[in-house]
Design a protein around this ligand. Sequence first.
Ligand SMILES: Cc1ncc(C[n+]2csc(CCOP(=O)(O)OP(=O)(O)O)c2C)c(N)n1
Length: 573
Amino acid sequence: MSIKGAQALVQMLKEYQVEVIFGVPGDTSLPLYRALGEAGSDIKHVLARDERSASFMADAYARLAHKPGLCECPSGAGPLYAAPGIAEANASSIPVILITSDIPLSGEGKQTITELDTQGLFRSITKWSSLIKQPGKVPEAFRRAMRIATTGRPGAVHLAFPTEVMDGDLEVSGQVYAEKECLSYPAYRTRGARTELEKLTELISQAKRPVIIAGGGANHSQAGQALVALAEWLSIPVVTTISGQGIINDNHRLAMGVIGDNGYHPHAHQAVEKGDVLLYVGCKMGSVSTINWTMPSPMEGRKIIQVDLNPEMLGNNFHNTLSVAGDARLILEDVLLLVREQKPRQDESAWARQLNEERARFWQAAQAEFARQGEPLKAPPIIAELNKYLEDPTIVISDAGTPTPYTSRYLRLGGGGSRFLIPRSYGGLGYAIPALVGAHFARPEARLVGLFGDGSLGMSAGEMETLARLNIPAVLIHFNNSSFGWIKCLQMLHSHGNYFSVDFTRGDPTLIAQGCGLKARHIKTPAELAEGMAMAFASQEPVFLDLVTEPEVDCLPPVYTWQQAAAKVQGKK
Ligand SMILES: Cc1ncc(C[n+]2csc(CCOP(=O)(O)OP(=O)(O)O)c2C)c(N)n1
């Protein structure tokens, strides 16, 4: 049977059980849109207002559905605008596939409007970018794209389909099928080598002060159950990076919080600094989680173990005692079996108890922060108010700026399928609002909450219309401090408070939200905050809460290196 290339592509989407594709149309999109239209309700097309948003939607979908995220856009401006989400997904090991419908091959090199060397554009921000030149190649190219995106270190892939390929005919007998192993990721998971698993088991079993440090890779691998079971068996405290949050219920006795520069918990840092065996799982050990590679600081006899599916990451930033390549979940499951064979379940260790006491002291002291009520609104009481509504499962998505350190520090997520997302490879502003759209399709049963500053709102406000059009019941929490506050704060710390080009007007963003079809409230007082939150969480529609918040320059957020810089300035006075 002969069908069009675009129809073959859509059939491949169906074979791979793609439920949703996020995108923006253009002149070259017609064959694809025709084929998607013919597919009816099998594949939902979500119209985004910007290709960057479409790529962020696909990224968030993939993170939460544990399946590849699909997005599409037309030639030229489309891929240029889609690049941010593709780069974030690729660097964060998230399988996102971008389909671009391209100009006709016959117009190549002839100044055709929107002609662009997309392979050149995507070379450094995808695992693979390819221009498909024959309709007959569509099924195998799509299979290859899914395989490359989901295997090894997962990442982003781009496929460009010129008009002749979308509109051309191909014989499809026997070609249109999915490689079932690549419907989800990580595909073709690999186990750790037996001798290394045995060494790992021995090291953590004999440790006096072991710590598990879970990064984003542990979440991507869905290693939570095995990780918590192992921690419980040996009474090992667990800390996470920002991306590793949610792997363990925040209220668990072994959950010691977040490490790194941004929104850290002091007791989590203490665990890492005093730990004698540190087991890093799916953690790149990059600049933020290690505070520019100063933590863990050198300590005689300390053993560092690193588990990562990407061997290129192993031992890259620290001198490991043991490096194990493989899938986090499989490795932890195997180690758990070995540990159970060799050692009885341990009672709570003195080490875990001591850290727990530190943790309790921290949360006791935090009450004073939560009580810091007043105008403009302060971030800690805002998060404390939010915590009251976080029933499982909730998906919380934060942007860079004020929301990141305060959610990392004060948000309390349960373990019942709740997740917390922040794009940490590039920390691009304007992720949260579009990501809520992707999250809705991945986890329709979950409550959705987005937190973002006014800088982020300026970059993603258009997607409020998408939330309203699809009637996605998300709670949008806007930190309105009328500035690029984060950068302003850096200028305070490092440019002697000479503020340069960081302020904008507060305006009335509720009008923008209302204009997009959202319910919106302007909130200035703690009483209005309490009332607004209650209204938002009771609503079955998207709600925008415009919070007039304290700028970072008036109260330093919990960023480790900032606090050190401020102490230095204070010391010189
Ligand atoms: C796309 C993009 N451009 C620039 C930056 C650099 N940046 C980091 S934080 C920040 C300011 C954030 O301002 P806002 O969203 O208003 O949050 P606030 O810090 O004021 O709470 C900027 C510009 C970025 N992260 N992403």
